[in-house]
Design a protein around this ligand. Structure first.
Ligand code: ADP
Ligand code: MG
Length: 314
């Protein structure tokens, strides 16, 4: 199968129902209709074999995760995902692998109403780069830079299960393996929180590198610091079960959870909480933004400095 047949069979065949794709796969560039009054959000994430996944992972899962981590970035801006393009580097044309990959893409894109609108296909070490485009009401994108001293810090979901999964992959331990691999391979981007971010948040980020490291990005961008209430961190129960002594540290420093961390001004906190409760959503208040730079953790009357080193490729 040559490059063009491969694109036709495995990528052009992925259907979508968006009427804002004027030209999709097949031309020199995609042509998209951006609604008046919207801003375009653009973000890329790359998954490299041996770094972000192991070469023997099911291609379905690799494709699925590549899309989810990109959706998560758009959600963290308070936007709606709309279109993706895919730059795929393959060591060989393995049709069985490509079929699974294409199925994973379809499973990830369809429920979120996202169209695959183009890409590039090359030969080389297995690498997947997805560029996602999202839409947000003009002027309403939630940046990292808007946090102010006195804002409450919230986090969605439960943290640390993906970090434990990575641990278990290297140690070969198998208890709760299904749950852990589900957390690692099929993260659920928090698009359900987009309306609340839009309405209430001063800053937001998705937790890809670990809560400490990512909250620290908000602090740096906003010129502030933060103090976390360490007893309030929502540590995933499976992590508490297997690593009772290291659970909190792993929940704070482990990556790949794709939950959202965001800040809410004091005057909107009660209304925000009320809205969440009404809609059956759970986010936990884990601390406060402070003027003093740096990241601190509080346990009772004790305050400690928190490490902010997340994953860095270099
Ligand atoms: P060009 O030579 O102009 O770069 P290509 O031959 O690379 O075009 O691609 C042909 C068409 O297929 C383009 O519309 C491109 O966007 C699309 N395409 C290529 N690779 C992929 C892929 N992996 N997924 C989706 N679309 C792709
Ligand atoms: Mg090309």
């Amino acid at each position: 199968m040559n490059e063009f047949a491969l694109i036709e069979v495995f990528f052009k065949s992925i259907v979508h129902t968006r009427d804002d794709v004027v030209l999709g796969i097949g031309d020199d560039a995609a042509c998209l209709s951006i609604p008046l009054g919207k801003h375009l959000l653009v973000s890329s994430d790359t998954l490299v074999s041996g770094i972000h996944f192991l070469a023997d992972f099911d291609a379905f899962d690799i494709a699925y995760k590549a899309i989810m981590v990109n959706i998560s970035d758009i959600a963290a801006m308070g936007g709606e995902p709309a279109w993706v393009s895919l730059a795929l580097t393959l060591p060989e044309c393995n049709e069985v692998w490509l079929k699974r990959f294409s199925e994973g893409l379809t499973a990830a894109l369809l429920p979120y109403n996202i169209a695959l609108i183009g890409g590039d296909t090359t030969r080389g070490p297995l690498t997947i780069t997805v560029t996602i485009h999202g839409l947000v009401a003009a002027g309403k994108a939630v940046a990292r830079s808007g946090a102010k001293a006195g804002d409450a810090i919230f986090v969605s979901g439960e943290l640390g299960a993906a970090a434990l999964a990575v641990d278990y992959l290297s140690s070969g331990h198998v208890e709760d393996k299904e749950l852990l691999m589900e957390k690692l391979l099929h993260p659920i981007p928090r698009v359900d929180l987009i309306p609340y971010l839009q309405q209430y948040a001063t800053a937001a980020i998705d937790i890809s590198d670990g809560l400490n490291a990512d909250l620290n990005h908000i602090c740096d961008a906003s010129g502030v610091g933060a103090c976390l209430d360490l007893e309030q961190i929502p540590v995933h129960p499976v992590l508490k079960k297997h690593r009772p002594h290291k659970a909190l540290a792993m929940a704070l420093q482990g990556g790949d959870d794709y939950e959202l961390c965001f800040t809410i001004p004091r005057e909107h906190e009660q209304e925000f909480k009320k809205q969440l409760k009404q809609h059956g959503k759970r986010c936990v208040k884990i601390g406060m933004i402070e003027e003093a730079h740096g990241l601190r953790g509080r346990r009772g009357a004790c305050i400690e400095r928190l490490p902010v080193k997340g994953y860095s490729h270099f």
